[in-house]
Design a protein around this ligand. Structure first.
Ligand SMILES: C[S@@+](CC[C@H](N)C(=O)[O-])C[C@H]1O[C@@H](n2cnc3c(N)ncnc32)[C@H](O)[C@@H]1O
Length: 267
């Protein structure tokens, strides 16, 4: 993340059990194979003035996806029909999933959204340059996944979100330019918190899984409590790595019960 912020603040002390899961996630991320980032050779510095340049958070996400969908876990790819990424930036996370799916000749659909129109332009270009079947790649400039809520209700098997997570003044949230990459408002949670009910309505049951980036300032254990209490969604630290001045985690979201018949109020 290009904006710097201090390490975990003293008031964010996870419970012993959450800290144990964090430790496991650190070990897993140490052991994993490093994912190869889809080619971005077609991009220039000027593109990165407009669109988030893949960074440690992106790379942690790719490594987590590689770990969860390769080797002995590769068979999980067979059950994927829809992948959705909210806030795709250059699109590399979804394009990476697309490449894994290509290997098993899957015809799963890949949906990406971003509030930044340049991110959508770049993601389309990047998908084309990396051999993605463009009939299956659907890119949309929009807020979160709002226009897809009906079409993809309970149908998303893999949901990826690396949100703007840096704690900033609230009035910095809401841009549609490069600032939207990091400005997260209070606790860095303003954008993510709006996405919570969308994630709950979109994930498929029982196999749907969400991969969400957090920093400790986002109070991920509080996110876990909210998701379980409101939607029966279990949130577990999955991959965790210290990068420069922040602890980054991929939190894994899985449904513990079928909520497809429940009414989920969207903000
Ligand atoms: C930290 S960047 C991550 C980009 C990319 N997924 C990656 O990992 O490299 C966050 C992305 O979320 C997008 N974003 C921010 N607010 C959004 C919103 N309300 N709806 C959709 N996308 C949003 C930003 O434009 C930016 O591309």
């Amino acid at each position: 993340m290009s904006e710097m912020h201090p390490l975990r603040t003293a008031d964010i002390i996870p419970s012993e059990s959450f800290e144990k899961l964090n430790e496991k996630a650190v070990e897993l991320a140490k052991k994993c194979e490093q994912a190869e980032v889809p080619s971005l050779d077609h991009l220039r510095m000027a593109d990165y003035n407009l669109v988030y340049e893949p960074s440690d958070d992106t790379f942690l996400m790719l490594d987590a996806l590689l770990y969860d969908f390769s080797n002995e876990n590769a068979q999980k790819l067979n059950s994927i029909t829809n992948v959705l990424e909210i806030g795709c930036g250059t699109g590399v996370s979804t394009i990476f999933m697309g490449q894994l799916l290509n290997e098993i000749k899957s015809d799963a659909s890949l949906y990406v959204t971003d509030i930044n129109k340049d991110a959508i332009r770049v993601a389309i270009d990047t998908a084309e340059k990396n051999g993605i079947n463009m009939d299956l790649f659907k890119a949309m400039k929009c807020d979160l996944a709002t226009p897809l809520l009906e079409e993809l209700k309970n149908k998303v098997d893999v949901l990826i979100f690396n949100p703007p997570y840096v704690p900033t003044p609230e009035d910095e949230v809401g841009s549609e330019g490069i600032e939207a990459s990091w400005a997260g408002g209070g606790n860095g949670r303003v954008v993510f918190d709006r996405a919570i009910p969308q994630i709950a309505s979109l994930l498929s049951y029982p196999n749907g899984v969400g991969y969400i980036i957090t920093v400790d300032d986002n109070k991920p254990e509080q996110i876990a409590d909210i998701m379980m209490e409101k939607y029966g969604i279990q949130v577990t630290p999955f991959f965790r790595r210290i990068a420069r001045n922040e602890y980054l985690s991929v939190q894994k979201f899985t449904l513990t019960r079928d909520i497809s018949s429940e009414t989920i109020e969207q903000h």
